[in-house]
Design a protein around this ligand. Sequence first.
Ligand code: HEC
Length: 111
Amino acid sequence: MSKRISVLILAVMLLCLSACSGSDKAAAQMLAGEQLAKKNCKACHGQGINGAPIIGNKKMWGPRIAKGREALVMNAFNGYGLMPAKGGNENITKEEIDLVVGYFLSELEAQ
Ligand code: HEC
């Protein structure tokens, strides 16, 4: 496990210790997803490079969401069209991609 990830997990655990009650596990996961997205995905998904669906843009995500979270995670993990496998970061795990997709989906609900 890379140091970066360990630090991230520690941060999430600390956040949980200090602020958690019930549904805050979800909030901690969301935060982890957001941090991972910032590092690995926002370069393209922040502004739609090569047609990447922009974070929070319902119109762009609509037809993709219909595939279901599992399929989105698999496509992000394996690569899909102009989307490079794992966003080009060999070290990212499927669990981490799942956290990012969870964050993407929550950004769509928020608006
Ligand atoms: C180099 C640019 C780039 C990076 C970095 C990138 N993406 Fe993408 N992503 C794309 C593009 C372009 C598409 C649209 C692909 C298509 O439909 O042909 C896409 C599509 C997707 C989709 C939709 C797949 C589907 O089934 O419709 C998901 C989910 C996704 N990206 C997740 C991620 C995650 C998670 C990361 C970070 C780990 C990431 N992407 C990093 C460019 C990128």
